[in-house]
Design a binder for this molecule. Structure first.
Ligand code: HEM
Length: 386
């Protein structure tokens, strides 16, 4: 059974998929997964493509410039999630949600003392306001159901019914699960893409193979034509680079479980009620499973996952709690990398290649890079080269 710290549950809401277990977890997770499965996601590739291109045009495209990658990637994943989960592309509600989310994160892991001026209290307030905003969106979407074709997560969850024709999830469950999904999908994917940018700056051979993969795909597209689901299935090397990045720098370091009964493990007994921490690096950096684990080698993922012991690559977790957003994260990452590696060259501004965990990994200064448009694709005239 997973274990969100009580203080975090108070901030994000208690009726989300992570806080539930047993039948309720299955019911909520089933509803969420319907939205996140490939058959549905296929329909969103064009929209994600559009958001990524707009984001790159607005935030990355000046002649030669320094940009800080992590905050930009966070903005991008927030924009994608807001559009697809809540149907919010722009506007004051979306901006308010972004501000409240930032405030909520700031105190989420602070000492949980609910007194005036503590970070925890500010985070509690921001969490409450986030949920109020989402309640408002839920009510508005409910009023519009049937009248206009809404395909965002909230509208889909509102339309799902049980065997008696009743709404499958309560409004509170929809709101808390939406906040949970926003948190689960926001910083994780942005961290992955940030560390891919860092890796590619230091690894010209991998970058050049990736560029080749993406140019090959672009050759068969008309000018300005959006990527489609079929194009993503050709980005095999890019996904292996993502997996290898996730192996070495997993955004989620691990997670907590509570033993629901006495468990025997490796000669030890874990008594019922004890808390257990599983950590990704214990298997992902184990040399008996991943030879020379510190070496960046995407070809490890060429072989079937069945060639490795079960539960050894756990960047997305495993078992009944495995991340339901894997395909969503994959689409965002592949589309973003397609435009990034074709349009830009970059080099790191910080010579030191370190990061800290907060608990997500954060590169030094958020990864500032010096960026240059590739001349062939640039709408600008740039005569400098890096
Ligand atoms: C690179 C990106 C991502 C990584 C590395 C990641 C990682 C993880 C991990 C390790 C877990 C399991 C935690 C545990 O076992 O306690 C998890 C759960 C979850 N993830 Fe992701 N995730 C990513 C992206 C996403 C996205 C894009 C979404 C949604 C749009 C999402 C939604 C969720 C949800 C709802 C859960 C909870 C599932 C449950 O408890 O049944 N994740 N994720």
């Amino acid at each position: 059974m997973p274990m969100l710290p009580r203080s975090v549950q108070r901030i994000v809401g208690e009726r989300n998929v992570v806080s539930h277990h047993g039948d309720n977890q299955v019911r909520i997770r089933g509803a969420l997964s319907e939205f996140l499965e490939p058959d549905i996601l296929k329909m969103y590739v064009g929209r994600i493509d559009d958001i990524v291109r707009r984001h790159l045009d607005e935030n990355w495209s000046s002649c030669r410039t320094t940009v800080t990658v992590l905050p930009l990637m966070k903005r991008l994943t927030f924009d994608i999630l807001c559009a697809l989960l809540f149907g919010l592309e722009t506007g004051t509600v979306r901006d308010a949600l972004s501000d409240e989310l930032e405030r909520m994160f700031d105190g989420m892991l602070a000492i949980p003392v609910n007194l005036p001026f503590t970070a925890f209290r500010r985070s509690l307030g921001a969490g409450r306001r986030c949920r109020q905003l989402l309640h408002r969106i839920t009510r508005e979407n409910k009023a519009k159901l049937g009248a206009s074709p809404n395909d965002d997560l909230i509208s889909q969850l509102l339309s799902m019914t049980d065997d008696h024709g009743e709404q499958l999830l309560t409004n509170e469950e929809i709101v808390d699960s939406s906040v949970g999904t926003l948190i689960a999908g926001h910083d994780t994917t942005s961290t992955l893409m940030t560390f891919m940018v860092r890796q590619l700056a230091n690894d010209p051979a991998t970058l050049s193979s990736m560029v080749q993969e993406h140019e090959e795909i672009a050759k068969n597209k008309a000018d300005g034509e959006a990527l489609a689901w079929e194009d993503l299935s050709k980005m095999k090397l890019t996904w292996r680079v993502a997996q290898e990045t996730l192996r070495i720098v997993p955004p989620v370091f691990g997670s907590f479980r509570v033993a629901i009964e006495d468990i025997k493990f490796d000669g030890y007994c874990i008594p019922k009620g004890w808390q257990v921490l599983w950590a990704a690096s214990l298997t992902q950096m184990d040399p008996s499973i991943f030879h020379e684990p510190a070496k960046f080698d995407p070809s490890r993922f060429e072989s079937q996952s069945s060639a490795r012991p079960p539960c050894s690559f756990v960047a997305f977790g495993s078992g009944r709690r495995i991340c339901p957003g894997i395909e969503f994260a994959k689409v965002e990452t592949l589309v973003t990398m397609h435009y990034l590696v074709r349009q830009f060259r970059w080099k790191l501004c910080c010579k030191e290649n370190t990061f800290i965990r907060t608990p997500l990994p954060v590169p030094l200064q958020g990864l500032p890079i010096e960026l240059e448009h590739k001349p062939s694709l640039s709408p600008f005239k740039c005569d400098q080269t890096l």
